[in-house]
Design a protein around this ligand. Structure first.
Ligand code: CA
Length: 648
């Protein structure tokens, strides 16, 4: 837009916001999906036609024959920058609700493979009235249309597009909410329908109102249990490797996780954050996004790494058919201990009954010599743990097991109380190294007390893995590592101490993270639960339905605190004896057995302890031990520093 237009518009807009000089009502050739004749219920070309959405008559309407992904629009003849849209719902009882989540789109290809959204309607309409919304999109389009919401006929009494001729530019594109919008347009608007058929797609990812990626890809369904829900999870594969939304990995394959049974929409995000804090070598990249497919709004999704060997993902080079002997044969292999292994093509059952899927080398590329090698390597690892049952011999497992990642993985899964933790474990066997490591966390939709089989798992007075589901006999392996081996037990305890004191595994800090995710997706979740109104009923493994997204998030906030406190007891860690809060001025204020202890302040520095109403409850000199405090939250002022402490 040049300066002259900008100035002119500013002047004319004053007070009205829509009397744009270059905001003319546009005309063109109407087009749309097959119409329906309501009197017969049959397809027609004579009534409820696309032209009736542009005839200026609020009593006539366009009505589609099919019930999803149906649309009506205009061919403007040449590109136009759209500044405003108008609509009026079908003029009867059904009309007002039938515009909610309707999406306006613009495209320059008549098949809409390059379409981007212009606006989404989020309120019911009023019949007999035109509604208008400004459009914030600088790209010009020849074709514009309105796509009706899913599972209903596209009904609209009247549509208006305003704007001015021009190709425009990409300086500012529309997003549904503050989080990125992922636009998927598939060939012939065919939705992915299984895990085998890759549908040709164009994918456009919008972030900060600009194009992050616009690329050719394929889309298919992914997942196991999660694929049974009406909100589907997808795997997308770009034709070339891409960095996505600032991801560390440049890769072709990405996942769009639906988080349908997880009404907080953030259980994976929380667990991945715990994994990062626990310093796993790799944690999958994750961004929350809105998804629109062929003009149909699909909900809040989690765009995340495909867990695979790749730079920026699981470390290790994918093997080829040349890697058949010597060092080359030893890795890298990507494995998964997998309760669903028997549904896979490339898998084995270990000697002691653990089902293992071989993820890499790929099932249609792996050579028998590679399969044999990794199966033997896994069995060696397994027997090193089991062998010499009642002797110290079992500690031989340290030659085959990467305890750094196995111990961290166990604690991560316990912190978020994941009942699936022994159902699926991603492993990597690196090249030239006998140690099999845990490669990545994944899949926490039933964690954080979202599984009817393990209600109140936060207070389960032990490790949840001892009672949760298990892929074959992997639980026996865990007993060897974390119960039977005294050094293993000690190492886990030391790791837990580090986690609590150094890695940010505290209720307060994780709750802060939860709050930040909640702020980020607050707008998006509103749309999501309009599309999927399930907040008042139980889906998947839910044992409760709290009625609102906020209540679900609050439940998880409280749960994480309960679980960390329980694990303190399980592992034998006393937070009151050692918990310390370091303050900026070089001193430390601790709570020791309910009393305030200060360290590192200059001799003679006074401290005061206030309750949250501001009342002084204790005073003293740094270095002295204070009187006991009742459990609660307090503010300690020491020197020039104020800090909040919690006495348990
Ligand atoms: Ca009309």
């Amino acid at each position: 837009m040049n300066f002259r237009l900008l100035t002119l518009s500013t002047v004319i807009c004053t007070g009205f916001g829509f009397a744009f000089a270059d905001d003319a009502l546009l005309s063109g050739t109407p087009f749309g999906s097959q119409s329906v004749d309501y009197s017969t219920g049959l397809p027609t070309t004579s009534v409820n036609t696309p032209a009736e959405a542009f005839d200026g008559d609020l009593s006539t309407c366009f009505a589609s024959y099919d019930r999803s992904r149906t649309y009506v629009g205009l061919d403007l003849g040449e590109p136009h920058v759209i500044t405003r849209v108008g609509w009026s719902p079908r003029n009867d009882y059904y009309g007002p609700g039938r515009v909610v989540l309707g999406v306006f789109q613009g495209a320059n290809s008549p098949d809409f493979m390059d379409a981007v959204p212009l606006y989404i309607i989020t309120e019911a309409g009023v019949i007999g009235t035109m509604h208008h919304a400004n459009v914030d999109c600088s790209r010009g389009f020849r074709y514009v249309r309105y796509v009706g919401p899913a599972d209903a006929r596209c009904n609209i009494a009247e549509l208006e597009f305003y704007g001015h001729p021009g190709a425009g530019d990409d300086s500012h594109l529309y997003q549904f909410t503050n989080i990125p919008t992922v636009v998927i347009n598939t060939k012939d608007a065919q939705e992915p329908f299984d895990k085998e058929t890759n549908i040709d797609s164009n994918i456009i990812i919008l972030n900060d109102n600009t194009v992050d990626i616009e690329a050719i890809a394929t889309t298919r369904e992914r997942g196991n249990a999660s694929r049974q829900f009406p909100k589907k999870p997808w795997r997308i594969k770009f034709d070339k490797k891409q960095n996505v939304l600032g991801s560390p990995a440049k890769a072709k394959k990405w996942c769009l996780i639906n988080n349908y049974g997880d009404k907080t929409l953030m259980r994976n995000a929380i667990a991945f954050e715990v994994s990062r804090r626990m310093q796993m070598p790799y944690t999958p990249f994750l961004r929350m996004v809105d998804v629109v497919m062929n003009g149909e709004y699909k909900g809040t999704y989690q765009l995340t790494d495909q867990v695979e060997l790749n730079d920026g993902r699981i470390e290790g080079k994918e093997m080829s058919d040349k890697d058949i002997e010597g060092d080359a044969l030893t890795g890298a292999y990507h494995l998964e201990i997998d309760g669903y292994a028997d549904q896979e093509t490339s898998w084995f059952m270990s000697r002691r009954g653990i089902p293992v899927t071989i993820k890499s080398p790929d099932e249609d590329e792996i050579l028998p010599v590679q399969h044999d090698y990794i199966e033997k390597a896994f069995n060696s690892m397994e027997s090193s743990a089991f062998g010499g049952f009642f002797t110290n011999e079992k500690r031989g497992y340290r030659n085959y097991v990467d305890t750094y990642t196995w111990q961290r993985h166990m604690l991560i899964e316990e912190i978020v109380a994941n009942p699936d933790q022994l159902w699926s474990i991603h492993l990597v066997k690196p090249r030239g190294d006998e140690h099999i490591a845990v490669a990545s966390v994944w899949d926490f939709d039933i964690a954080l007390d979202n599984d009817i089989r393990h209600v109140d798992s936060g207070h389960y007075p032990g490790y949840l893995w001892t009672v949760s589901t298990s892929a074959g006999t992997v639980r026996d392996l865990y007993y060897r590592f974390f119960i039977d081996d005294p050094s293993g037990v000690e190492e886990v305890k030391a790791l837990w101490t580090n986690a609590r004191e150094e890695y940010g595994i505290t209720p307060e800090s994780i709750q802060e993270y939860i709050d930040s995710v909640a702020d980020n997706i607050r707008e998006s979740q509103r749309l999501n639960f309009m599309r999927w109104p399930i907040l008042d009923r139980m889906v998947h493994n839910n044992w409760q339905a709290l009625g609102s997204w906020e209540a679900e998030v609050n439940y998880v906030r409280d749960f994480i605190e309960a679980r960390i406190n329980t694990l303190d007891k399980v592992i034998g860690y006393d937070p009151s004896s050692v918990s310390a809060i370091t303050v900026a001025t070089g001193g430390k204020v601790c709570v020791v057995n309910g009393s305030i202890v200060t360290e590192g302040f200059a001799q003679g520095t006074r401290y005061s302890v206030y309750d949250l109403s501001g009342k002084t409850v204790a005073e003293g000199e740094c270095g002295e031990v204070s009187a006991k405090l009742a459990p609660g939250l307090y503010i300690v002022k020491a020197g020039n520093t104020n800090i909040k402490i919690s006495v348990k």
